[in-house]
Each structure stands twice: as structure tokens, then as C-alpha cells.
Design a protein around this ligand. Structure first.
Ligand code: COA
Length: 246
């Protein structure tokens, strides 16, 4: 259980690797808790200048563990929402290397990244509506802001799968590369960022983001309230139960 998230720290770069490949890197409560700890550590460690989040060359993240959604009841507190809050206020540059599945939070977390590298085998998907759920991680605000409301509707309400090339065209991805090149390419850029004057990078990043910061916090709260209401409902539970009966 303890090695579901791996980390490495070298020359100012902190690398977080999702390591639950038998479940397509679906994030369960324990993984969110570890992610929270790692992001807090990175935020408060002076000699970490950049964070890289990755899976491998075939899989990034299949979203939230659907089993945790089935178990969610009146008393539960999804660890995902603590992670989302930390992500929304994270103060250092964040780079992502995406391949294969990037579903739900596997896509929405990318809206909080500063650079995203995507392999040609990437499949992005936001199946919130199909699952009887609603958007999270401030994606209901950030996605329309980035790609326009109509296209955001297509991706977030219809839940259409989109490719690395489409994500690049939409401006959600910086670079598309082959699966073989992905990890090295993302690491190279993350090291480049880590070697820049850190205070200047963090300050520039904060200035780029500050106009939307207050809005992000508000939207995350609104989304969390609606998400909790929907995830505890019968409709969502019935849909998710079918996923495990395939
Ligand atoms: N939660 C829990 N388990 C998941 C999961 C998730 N989000 N995504 C995949 N898994 C598990 C599968 O149940 C399967 O487990 P098993 O081998 O014990 O049966 C294993 O991971 C492999 O998944 P599989 O569906 O066989 O792989 P695939 O390559 O055919 O499809 C996906 C990959 C990501 C397209 C597909 O697994 C999927 O749609 N997952 C659900 C994604 C989702 O809805 N996430 C929540 C978003 S809010």
C-alpha cells in the first residue's frame, strides 16, 4: 500500500510518480493523503524549485478510485477534496507528463499545472455527467476560461474523449511527444525550470495566476458541495456499480 506513490528529489526537482498501474493509477483515499503530504513537503522545502507529476509512458491516471465513490456516505469526507485545495494554492511550478488514461482528476489536475507534456497515446476524458457527477478542481471555471464555454460543455458535459493533439490545439498541453520520449522530455523541462532563479520563477508564476486565485477557491467550494450531494445519491451509485460489473 505504501508504495502507491513514489517520490525522488534531485537538483531542486521533486518527482512524484503515481504507481498503481494495475488499477490504471486510479487515486484512492490513501494515495490522496500521500499526495497531500508530498505537495505540502514540496511547498515548504526551500531547495525544491519545481515538481513533476507523472505515471509512466502508458498511463497517467484513471481518475478517482470509483470504489471510494461507491462507499461515500453522509459521514465520509473524500480525501480528494483536500488534495484539490492544496493543488489550487500550490506555490511552486508544477509540470505533468501524461500518457494513456487521463480521466476525471487525471485531466482536471492538469489545469493547475504550468507545463503539460502529453504522449501521443494519451486519452483525456471528463466523464462527470456520465457518472451522475459534476466537475471538480475548479474545472467548471478554469476549463471554459481556457477553451471557451461551448467546447468546455462538449468535454465536460458530453464527456467526449480527446486526444493529445486536440489538447495541444486547445492550449491545454505544451508539447506532444512519443510515449518513449515523454518522461525524459518532461523531466528536461522540469530541470530547466528548477535551475532558474527560484524566487523570480515563483513570483512570476504567482503573478500569472493571481487574477483567478480568489475565484478558484470559491468555485472549488461550490463544486465540492454539489459533488458531495451527487456522489451520495442513488443515480451515481447505480452507474458506478455497473463499471465494476463489466
Ligand atoms: N477506479 C477504480 N478502479 C479502476 C478505475 C477507477 N477509476 N479505473 C480503472 N480501474 C481498474 C479496473 O476496475 C480494472 O481492475 P481489475 O483488473 O481488477 O478488473 C483495472 O483498473 C484496469 O482497468 P480496465 O478498465 O480493464 O483498463 P482499460 O485499459 O480497458 O480502460 C480506462 C482504462 C481508464 C478507460 C477505464 O478503466 C475506465 O474508464 N476507468 C474509469 C475511469 C473513471 O470513470 N474515473 C473516474 C472519473 S471521475
Amino acid at each position: 500500500m505504501s508504495n502507491l506513490i513514489l517520490t525522488a528529489e534531485q537538483n531542486g526537482l521533486f518527482t512524484i510518480t503515481l504507481n498503481r498501474f494495475d488499477k490504471k493509477n486510479a487515486l484512492n483515499d490513501a494515495m490522496y493523503q500521500q499526495l497531500c503530504q508530498h505537495f505540502e513537503y514540496a511547498a515548504f522545502t526551500d531547495n525544491i524549485h519545481c515538481v513533476l507529476i507523472q505515471g509512466d509512458e502508458n498511463c497517467f491516471c484513471a481518475g478517482n478510485d470509483l470504489d471510494d465513490f461507491i462507499k461515500a456516505d453522509e459521514n465520509s469526507d473524500l480525501a480528494a477534496f483536500k488534495f484539490i485545495k492544496i493543488l489550487g494554492t500550490f506555490n511552486k511550478p508544477l509540470v505533468a507528463a501524461v500518457a494513456g488514461a487521463a480521466v476525471g482528476i487525471g485531466t482536471t489536475m492538469l489545469l493547475h499545472c504550468d507545463m503539460v507534456f502529453a504522449a501521443t497515446n494519451s486519452k483525456f476524458k471528463l466523464p462527470f455527467t456520465q457518472l451522475g457527477l459534476c466537475p471538480e478542481a475548479a474545472s467548471s471555471y478554469l476549463l471554459p476560461l481556457r477553451i471557451g464555454a461551448n467546447r468546455a460543455f462538449e468535454l465536460m458535459i458530453l464527456g467526449d474523449t480527446f486526444s493529445a493533439e486536440q489538447a495541444f490545439t486547445y492550449g491545454l498541453v505544451n508539447k506532444v511527444c512519443s510515449p518513449e520520449e515523454l518522461l525524459a522530455s518532461a523531466q528536461q523541462s522540469a530541470i530547466r525550470i528548477a535551475q532558474l532563479p527560484s524566487d523570480a520563477v515563483i513570483t512570476g508564476r504567482r503573478l500569472i495566476r493571481q487574477a483567478s486565485q480568489a475565484q478558484i477557491a470559491q468555485v472549488m467550494n461550490d463544486e465540492a458541495n454539489e459533488f458531495f450531494r451527487l456522489v451520495k445519491g442513488k443515480e451515481c451509485k447505480n452507474i458506478i456499480a455497473k463499471f465494476f460489473k463489466r
